[in-house]
Design a protein around this ligand. Sequence first.
Ligand code: ADP
Ligand code: MG
Length: 395
Amino acid sequence: MTIKRIDQLPLAGKRVFCRVDFNVPLNDRGEVADDTRIRAALPTLRQVLEAGGHLICASHLGRPKGKVVAGLRMEPVGARLAELLGGDYRVLVTDEPAGDGARRVVAEMGDKDVVLLENLRFDPGETSNGDGFARELAAMADVYVNDAFGTAHRAHASTVGMVAHVDCRGAGLLMMREVEALGRLLGDVERPFVALLGGAKVSDKVAVVEHLLQRVDGLAIGGAMANTFIAAQGGQLGASMVEKDSLDVARRVLDKAERRGVELLLPVDAVTGPSIDAPEGQVEPANAISEGQMALDIGPETRAAFRDKLLAAKTVFWNGPMGVFESPAFSAGTFEMARAIADSGAFSVVGGGDSVAAIQRSGLADSITHISTGGGASLEFVEGKQLPGLRALEE
Ligand code: ADP
Ligand code: MG
């Protein structure tokens, strides 16, 4: 597959449509509460501006479900973008994501103007990938750049539909980084390759687990996900989260790991509490949790075993916290695994919304080779699925 990088595209004098991820959190005054995603897009946007392109940015924000929602307008995002771009750039936010008004703003934009289209998901054609909306977006662009990896697993008008109607297309810098780092996990990796999986549900992750079993040398499972595996082996889980519907799936994964000779590590001890709000926990055997208690973090013996595996690894993929890391009483397992990955010096990729939040909070983000910005998109990529937004960019 060949996807052009932004620096291989003609930009000077062109109207360059950048599909970015400006889906930022807003505070209760409607201001941008965290501008990480806007900052992350700046290198790509600057590349367009420095090459003399006319920059049109487009993103969705929240879930307006095809209608105009006043609290989800792009105006505060545009204000922050203008501050971050600095210089004397003016950011013009259109009244609608497409249509006559938007077209006019683009037609009349000056050299120091950047256009930010109104929230793409105000139009029902965005998520339905409606051809009419896709063509309206495409009509504003000479060149299409996708830098929004987090939506690349969705076939929407701005990620797929419009792309066929624009002559030139390629990937922005963020997108390229994701494809390169995640792509490395699917190629010839340095071994041992160890995957650390956790998080809430087996059912969310079973496709990734099954795919990883064909690739990894070791698989360590923690988080609530581990409970279902331990229950499948006949363990007593007390009041822990167990997915009864996934017990068969868990057994199948255990069998498959054994057949393939993949070392599968499950917790041997757990930090338990009566609820996720408990101020502190106690350590119990992972397969003999007392009645009324929940396994809410991996215990110290498990951490030591997982840590040894991670330290020996040359390639690591991590998705899913080891426990309820949002609470200090149950965060140690997750943070110790972050430390172990940092100490391993392995080529390391962390993906998943909560996992990334955990790694940021651990203060060890700089020691991780690649922090993937896509939640669902990262997992689908690692599953080996072709992402529609990437396929659309192929030449
Ligand atoms: P990601 O977003 O990284 O893919 P998930 O959404 O699958 O991760 O899981 C994250 C959530 O799982 C967190 O909110 C965390 O509190 C919860 N979690 C992890 N371990 C447990 C556990 N043992 N019991 C209950 N919830 C857990
Ligand atoms: Mg999550």
